[in-house]
Write a new protein. Structure first.
Length: 180
């Protein structure tokens, strides 16, 4: 007997793209891909990242086409690429700031006391992290150290988004309580 799919899960799944829509998006991809990559290259200066971000924009378009009503596709694509670039820089600098400020001792430390404080903080961080339950620690690590979004974590671990949010909040409270 074939397994049955509950109706509730069918209602939450996004509809599959219509064949004519896929062909339409494919034609936009062929038409605008190089222009968008050149535009992004003027902002980011890394060709591989530019290519990835443009592909992300088109992937999002295919997956979320049913949520959007796009009047001017070219304007939409350039705006989406610009937002992806801004998000890329925000995430990049946020990660660099976290690494410099909280996890790794600064190489420019002048005092032994600062170096000891940084090492002590690192030890406390690792102890606090090890004090988390298994799934909670995994979700926190994926979120903070591997830069996964909560939605990506939910998909990867096959958990509901709300469960991931709750576990991440629990981990943040635990870490705050032990580190500050």
């Amino acid at each position: 007997m074939a397994p049955t799919i509950p109706l509730a899960s069918m209602a939450t799944a996004p509809p599959l793209p219509k064949p004519e829509l896929s062909e339409n998006i494919e034609s936009y991809y062929q038409k605008f891909r190089l222009q968008l990559e050149r535009y992004l290259y003027s902002l980011i200066d890394d060709p591989l990242t530019c290519e990835d971000l443009v592909q992300d924009v088109f992937t999002d378009l295919v997956l979320n086409h049913h949520k959007r009503k796009i009047e001017n596709m070219k304007a939409y694509l350039y705006q989406a690429v610009r937002f992806k670039a801004a998000r890329f820089y925000r995430d990049k600098y946020r990660k660099e700031y976290f690494e410099k400020s909280y996890v790794r001792p600064s190489m420019s430390c002048n005092g032994t006391e600062e170096l000891l404080n940084a090492k002590e903080l690192q030890v406390r961080y690792e102890q606090a992290l090890s004090g988390l339950p298994g799934k909670c620690r995994q979700i926190f690590s994926m979120s903070r150290q591997e830069d996964y979004s909560l939605l990506e974590i939910a998909d990867t671990l096959q958990l509901s988004l709300q469960t991931v949010k709750n576990q991440n909040s629990k981990a943040l409270r635990h870490m705050r309580r032990l580190l500050y």
